[in-house]
Design a protein around this ligand. Structure first.
Ligand code: B12
Length: 218
């Protein structure tokens, strides 16, 4: 069993994007737990990649190839996460904040939320506050999920919350925040409703939040 996980982890670290799909397929066929494939192999590998980058052992291009490798692997996992829910549980807007293009974590959160029956609108990466506010007004989501992977882009989350208040939208949408540098204390400080450390927590929080907002005016 663990042989598969080690192979997948090494493939991500080494950016073997041509091999990853075969490795993930083999693991799935051998009934390796999907959570283990994602958490113990892929995410752990990205932590190693991040450390190597911080230690200047690798540079942006290598980090990018590892990201491509993870994305290909996750492509095979996605269909397996599809839930049995037929009625959407609620609408969630997800995005990575302005100045930040990291999207693997956000995409993983989206996969899990969709698997749990939520309707998720993915607004992508590097999203301006203005565009986000427009979309909240238009799509009337129950929840807004913000992701940031850079310490320099975390303040964008605060800006979003301040603008929601300025536009009198704050009571109509719950805001959850996440991403590697974010924590519960930061979430509380900027006035977010919740911090989620991973995709499983994002689902737990979203289940709790649905139905807790004031409806948008018609
Ligand atoms: C892959 C990667 C890249 C790729 C991104 C590709 C892509 N499409 O995403 C590329 C090569 C483009 C990249 C670029 C850069 N990167 Co980079 N990158 C990473 C790396 C190695 C992995 C990130 C990742 O995907 N992790 C795996 C996912 C699954 O984890 P996650 O994102 O944390 O998400 C989980 C949770 O946080 C949570 N979550 C995430 N979002 C949300 C949202 C909500 C609402 C909730 C509830 C939960 C939640 O759930 C997820 C699942 O469990 C990290 C190192 C690391 N360990 O984080 C560095 C890292 C984030 N990068 C870093 C840097 C410095 C950069 C660059 C500035 C490098 C440069 N000089 O150009 C640029 C910035 C580009 C930009 N403007 O955004 C630094 C940041 C340092 C800092 N303190 O700010 C890190 C930490 C590396 C390091 N150790 O120095 N990077």
């Amino acid at each position: 069993m663990s042989g598969h996980l080690d192979e997948i982890k090494d493939a991500v670290i080494d950016g073997k994007h041509k091999e990853i799909e075969d490795l993930v397929k083999a693991a799935i066929e051998d009934n390796v737990n999907i959570n283990e494939i994602v958490n113990d192999a892929m995410i752990t590998a990205m932590d190693v990649v991040g450390q190597k980058f911080a230690d200047k052992e690798i540079f942006v291009p290598e980090m990018l190839v590892s990201a491509v490798t993870v994305k290909k692997g996750l492509g095979l996992i996605k269909p397996l996460l599809k839930g049995k829910e037929t009625e959407p549980r609620g609408t969630i807007i997800m995005c990575t904040v302005k100045g930040d293009i990291h999207d693997i974590g956000k995409n993983l959160v989206i996969m899990m939320l969709e698997g749990a029956g939520f309707h998720v609108i993915d607004l992508g990466v590097d999203l301006t506050v203005e565009k986000l506010i427009q979309e909240v007004e238009k799509m009337k989501p129950n929840i807004l999920g913000l992701s940031a992977l850079l310490t320099t882009t975390m303040p964008e989350m605060k800006k979003v919350i301040e603008e929601l208040k300025a536009q009198e939208l704050r009571d109509r949408v719950k805001v959850m925040v996440g991403g590697a540098p974010v924590n519960a204390a930061f979430a509380e400080k900027i006035g977010a409703d919740a911090y989620g450390k991973d995709a499983v927590e994002a689902v737990r929080i979203s289940r709790r939040f649905v139905g807790q907002t004031e409806p948008f005016p018609l």
